[in-house]
Structure formats: C-alpha cells, structure tokens
Design a protein. Structure first.
Length: 338
C-alpha cells in the first residue's frame, strides 16, 4: 500500500467566481500552457471553491464555462491536459472531508487569505470559506500531484497541502501522499490592481478600471492602462529604480510577462521613458497578446454544449485517476466499503 515514487504530475485550478483577469492569465493560465506536454497536466475549474462565497446559480454555470473557454482559448488542449470542473468528480469533496479531520484549526487560523477575505466579518462568512484550503489540498493530493503552478497568493495554501500530506502520512504510518511543490516563478506572480499598486488585481475588486479582464476589447485595455495609477517620475534607467515604486514596477512586470522577457530587459528597452510612451506600448502589447484569446473565448462561448462535453470527458479521465487514490485512502483510514 505504501507508494514512495510519485510520477511528476501537475494540478492547478481557478475559481469561476467572476471573469478571468490578466492576473489569472499571467499568474496561472499562461504558465499552465507552458507546462503542458512536459509532464502530465490536470487543470480544473474549481466550482466548489467558488461557492464559499455566494454565487448566483446561472452566473456560476456561465462563469464555469467561461473559465473553461479561457483555458482552451489560451492553448490548453484536452488531448494533452485533463480539463474538467471540480464538482463532477465527487472524490474531491470526499477527500476534502478526510482532510478536514487531518488539518488543525490552528493551521487554518494562520491562513492570511482567510483573514483578508473575512476581515472583521469572520463570524458571518461561510464555514466553507474557512475550510477551503483543506479542500484545495484534496484537489491536489487526490491526483498525487507533485507540481502546482499558482500565483504568489496561493503559496501558503500549497504549504498547508504539504503539512496535511505529512500529517496524514505520519499519523497513518504510510508514505502515501507526496510533498507537493508550489511552482511560483517568472515576473508575474503577483499582478497588482491598476488603481492601487499595493493591492492584488482580482476578479472581485470594486471597480472594473482596476483590472484587465481577458474579455476586454482593445479600447477598454488601452483606456485602463492609460488611466492606470503611476507616480509622476519616468521609468528608471535600471530595474533597481523600481524598488519603492509599486505601480511602475507592476506595469513593467506586466509588460515583461506578456512579452516573455524580464523586467531588466523591459527597462533596457525603455530606459527613462515617460508614461506617455510606455503606457501606449504596453496597451498595444496587451491587445496583441490578449485579443486572439478573447476572440477565441467568444467563439467557444457560442457553443456552450461543446464546452460541457469537453468538461464531462475531462471529468471521466480525472475520475479514473482520482477514484483509485480515494479508495486506497479509505483503506488506510479504515473506512469500510463493499
Ligand atoms: P483565483 O482567481 O483566485 O481562483 O486564482 C486562480 C489562479 O490565478 C491562482 O493561481 C492565483 O494565484 C492566480 N492569480 C489570481 N490573481 C492573480 C494576480 N493578481 N497575480 C498573479 N496571479 C494571480
Ligand atoms: N485556491 C485557489 C485560488 O483561490 C484555487 C484552487 C483551488 C487551486 N484548488 C486548487 C489552485 C488546487 C491550485 C491547486 O486561486
């Protein structure tokens, strides 16, 4: 029953809790595509995570398809990666429960994302929001995934996943779950809000002007970058000059990530440039990279039944990996089955 060799396998997911942003694209989807073909890759639309906060049912179904369309339009290929939505594979919820009994309340209390999201309202948020990192651990460990590409904000949750795996292995004296590695690399691990360089760009921020959506058209993208907050100084001559300039650094990092280069190379290309030069160049680059994707997303969204078929076929493949691992987990824990 012990399993000490783990085949390299990638798992990651995005919540369908609002439209995909440039943060999701650069911090997650673009990197998902980069890992495809290098090892086995499993990418999930984590709809059960989305309902930790209220979601309108029709909108949830629409957003689930839209995230799937984003995956496909950006280059994920269902013949190379397993693509599915989480709720179609019941084993996620089942392993999630077991992990609720492994994870400690003290560990959950240290989750900074929960503290940020719940804020002073912690008594009123759902129990699911509090427990969600243990469901995330189940998402990952149900496939014995070894690599999890995520943005910086998810690092603590992947570390918790390692803690849960280690405690399970220790308590049951097995070597069953792997120590998963977060894969957090490149210039775009934390894309910031365009109106406030100290806050993360997110799907749920108040103003649409603070984020670029993957479905924004060229005019909107240009307008949002033009209005993006900056300090009055031009770009520095070297990348060190960005250190205490969060908004400037963010725009340079976005440029670097879109252009598959480094902030150093961007500064070398635009040393001392004013915003009147840099912002339009950034907008042109973003439009060039994003518009083929948003056009393909719109085309895919015209045929929702086809997206549903793709997700159902992916769920079949996911179940084929997940169910044997769940059964072995039940055996280890001593949960009887016929
Ligand atoms: P979520 O939208 O919270 O489901 O996030 C899905 C993935 O996108 C996770 O890997 C996040 O870390 C990543 N992500 C979300 N927002 C950003 C951002 N502003 N910068 C970088 N990565 C992000
Ligand atoms: N918690 C992640 C987020 O909010 C989404 C997520 C759920 C995830 N399950 C996962 C990411 C498993 C990576 C692996 O962004």
């Amino acid at each position: 029953m012990t399993d000490t060799t783990f085949t390299p396998r990638v798992f990651s997911g995005i919540k369908p809790s609002g439209g995909l942003t440039l943060g999701n694209y650069l911090g997650a989807i673009k990197r998902f595509v980069g890992m495809q073909g290098q090892m086995e890759t499993i990418y999930c639309v984590v709809d059960m995570h989305a309902i930790t906060v209220w979601q309108d049912p029709k909108e949830l179904a629409h957003m689930t398809r839209e995230v799937a369309a984003g995956y496909l339009a950006a280059g994920l290929d269902p013949s190379q990666s397993i693509l599915f939505n989480q709720s179609q594979v019941a084993a996620h919820a089942e392993l999630g429960w077991i992990f609720n009994c492994v994870a400690r309340v003290g560990w959950m209390n240290r989750m900074t994302q929960f503290k940020d999201k719940a804020g002073s309202n912690a008594e009123k948020v759902s129990l699911g929001l509090y427990a969600y990192p243990s469901l995330m651990a189940a998402d990952i460990l149900l496939y014995h995934a070894t690599h999890v590409p995520v943005g910086e904000d998810q690092k603590q949750h992947v570390e918790l996943t390692r803690d849960i795996a280690a405690k399970f292995n220790h308590d049951y004296k097995v070597d069953f779950f792997p120590a998963t590695e977060p894969v957090i690399e490149g210039p775009a691990m934390r894309i910031m809000n365009l109106r406030d360089g100290t806050k993360k760009m997110s799907k749920s921020g108040e103003s649409d002007m603070e984020r670029i959506n993957m479905t924004d058209d060229a005019d909107k993208i240009a307008k949002k970058f033009k209005k993006a907050k900056t300090d009055p100084e031009p770009l520095p001559e070297t990348v060190e000059g960005l250190a205490s300039r969060p908004e400037a650094r963010n725009l340079v990092e976005i440029y670097a990530a879109l252009d598959d280069t480094t902030p150093e190379a961007v500064i070398a290309q635009y040393p001392g440039a004013g915003w009147g030069t840099f912002k339009p160049a950034l907008a042109d680059l973003a439009v060039a990279k994003l518009s083929p994707i948003s056009e393909e997303m719109a085309r895919l969204m015209d045929d929702p039944a086809e997206i549903d078929r793709t997700l159902a076929a992916g769920a079949d493949k996911a179940r084929a990996i997940a169910e044997p691992i769940l059964k072995q987990t039940y055996d280890i824990v001593g949960l009887l089955r016929g």
